[in-house]
Ligand binder design. Structure first.
Ligand code: MLT
Ligand code: MN
Ligand code: ZN
Length: 304
């Protein structure tokens, strides 16, 4: 099984187009301790030919241009001349950074689109996604906690994690941390290896800890280092948890939550532009690495 990181940043990417927070500023000033990152997405294959895209980011077209495994290949030509190795897409929530890239996939290429019924409904209710011609794109609602095989040799299971509805659907009081169909994590199994991809998660429950115990790899929500980071950076008022993202550090943070579970490789993905782990050599980057975590980069491959 190969996991290819197409985009390692959270919504907005790094740097964010309009941001002069401390971390983005380093990029604009040409500081070599930081590098640009596109919005969160990975691709997974078990046979090296058919790839499952996990989330479709607004940066998808450029991600494909930058990623040799995603380029059209003769062995995938279906007779129409359309030949992408991307054979299926699974979306883990309805956030803009996870679904906008579906619009990039509109050019008469056959693939299946998987998600919970709840998230596929959100997509169905937005007419712009009608550009995905049903003659080519089949929408497949998947149930929680039931394995399926979207591409040859890859077993996938989705499960609920604490989260919330997408920002653009927030109305009134928002239930952050609800476990339902709007935010899911993903188990990926092939060739006797198992990896988890959880780019958004408001809280780590004991059930989630049990689920990932002993996994070969975990790619997890690295949105913010500290809960109050957006406020401290002067770019927002919401805490990480209010955005549906557990912080990395502190008590109840993700470093603590996944310590001692015997997980092979642990890597942060979906990293917000305010997060100082983006700075090589920062105290925070050193802290996550000392705790055994990797900070993912665009173009990185993980073989669990
Ligand atoms: C998130 O992950 O919290 C969202 O991507 C935020 C957004 O939609 O801007
Ligand atoms: Mn996001
Ligand atoms: Zn910024």
């Amino acid at each position: 099984m190969r996991l290819f990181v197409l985009g390692s940043a959270a919504g907005g990417g790094f740097p964010q187009w309009n941001c002069l927070c401390r971390v983005c500023r380093l990029y604009w000033e040409g500081d070599e301790r930081v590098e640009a990152r596109s919005q969160s997405s990975i691709a997974v294959t078990a046979d090296g030919q058919h790839w499952l895209l996990l989330n479709a980011s607004p940066d998808l077209r450029q991600q494909i241009l930058n990623s040799p495994p995603m380029m059209p290949t003769a062995c995938d030509a279906d007779g129409s001349g359309r030949a992408s190795p991307i054979s299926a897409v699974l979306v883990t929530n309805g956030d803009v950074d996870h679904v906008a890239g579906l619009l990039t996939l509109r050019e008469k290429q056959d693939f299946s689109l998987y998600g919970t019924a709840g998230v596929l409904d959100v997509i169905a209710q937005n007419d712009v996604f009608a550009v995905l011609d049903p003659a080519h794109v089949s929408r497949q609602p998947v149930e929680l906690n039931r394995a399926f095989t979207p591409v040859p040799g890859l077993e996938v299971e989705i499960f609920s994690v604490p989260g919330k509805v997408p920002l653009y659907l927030e109305r009134g009081e928002v239930d952050v941390g609800e476990e339902g169909e709007m935010t899911v994590g993903v188990r990926l199994s092939a060739h006797g290896r198992t990896a988890f991809y959880i780019p958004g998660c408001a809280r780590v429950s004991d059930a989630l800890r049990d689920r990932v115990r002993g996994a070969d790899a975990l790619l997890f929500d690295g949105t913010v280092f500290e809960d109050e980071e957006m406020k401290n950076a002067g770019v927002g008022v919401k805490t990480g948890r209010r955005m549906g993202h557990i912080p990395i550090s502190g008590s109840g943070g993700s470093i603590d939550a996944f310590d001692d579970l015997g997980i092979g490789a642990r890597a942060y993905i979906h990293i917000n532009n305010t997060n100082p782990i983006l700075i090589r050599g920062s105290q925070e980057r050193d802290a996550v690495e000392a705790a055994g975590w990797t900070v993912t980069r665009d173009g990185m491959e993980i073989v669990p």
